[in-house]
Design a protein around this ligand. Structure first.
Ligand code: C5P
Length: 241
């Protein structure tokens, strides 16, 4: 894979406060192209943090995992799109109507921007297992449930899924070549696992079908985050066709 393409495939998760996030954004400018803003940063700083990163030239994955009545999700997707987010996440479990509303909100906002925010569905959270699914009344095997929700997303205008690199293969086969498949749980060779357990290296994740990988602490916790980012990109360029 070309280095330039590899840079577009790595999303850096900034799960930290504003000051550190800005420090990291400046350090990664000219290296990374994508940043992920999650609830921790967004609920402290609001849409202006998305605008700030956009002004610095980054694409932004706003990972707020919408789950509410369709009317509210339509509005949330519209607002998040207007803040400038390039990619948004939504829970597949919220029903086909909610997923369709999410797409409508993004479409609506696209009239006021040059493009439409892309959408990815969370299927079964990787923190959940068979027991926690049973707790909420779902008896299907986890993988079957995840596939069902991925198809529901696709049928309702969602562009792809977030899943573990372990499931990326199956999701790629299920959703086809154009789907976005975003995988966290990625650890470069030799990196600390932290609280991640079902991990793959960046190259393995992409080879298994991920379109994008999300990497946080191995980059944000490194002494030189830009060098850590570049090492991942080099690994992708070397190991992925
Ligand atoms: O620091 P680390 O590389 O573990 O960060 C991974 C990012 O991906 C975090 O923002 C985390 O919330 C997110 N994530 C995850 N596992 C999932 C879904 C999202 O680690 N199943």
């Amino acid at each position: 894979m070309l280095i330039d393409d590899a840079r577009d495939r790595v999303i850096v998760a900034l799960d930290c406060d504003r000051e550190r996030a800005l420090e990291l954004a400046h350090a990664l400018s000219g290296h990374a192209r994508w940043l992920k803003v999650g609830m921790t940063l967004f609920y402290a700083e609001g849409p202006k943090i998305v605008r700030t990163f956009k002004e610095l030239g980054f694409n932004v994955f706003l990972d707020l995992k919408f789950y509410d009545i369709p009317h509210q999700v339509r509005g949330a997707a519209r607002s998040a799109s207007l803040a400038g987010a390039d990619l948004l996440s939504v829970h597949g479990m919220g029903s086909g109507a909610m997923l369709a509303a999410c797409r409508e909100g993004a479409e609506d906002a696209s009239n006021e921007r040059t493009d439409r925010s892309k959408l990815v569905a969370i299927t079964v959270l990787t923190s959940m297992n068979q027991d926690s699914l049973a707790e909420i009344g779902i008896d299907a095997p986890v993988a079957e449930e995840a596939s069902r929700l991925a198809r529901l997303g696709q049928a309702n205008g969602i562009d792809g899924v977030v899943c573990s690199p372990i499931e990326a293969n199956d999701m790629r086969a299920l959703l086809g070549p154009d789907a976005l498949i975003v995988t966290p749980g990625v650890r470069p060779k030799g990196a600390a696992l932290g609280d991640q357990s079902r991990v793959a290296t960046p190259a393995q994740a992409i080879q298994r079908g991920a379109s994008h990988i999300v990497v946080g602490r191995p980059i944000t916790g490194a002494d030189d985050p830009a060098a850590a980012f570049d090492a991942i990109v080099d690994e992708l360029a070397r190991e992925v066709d």
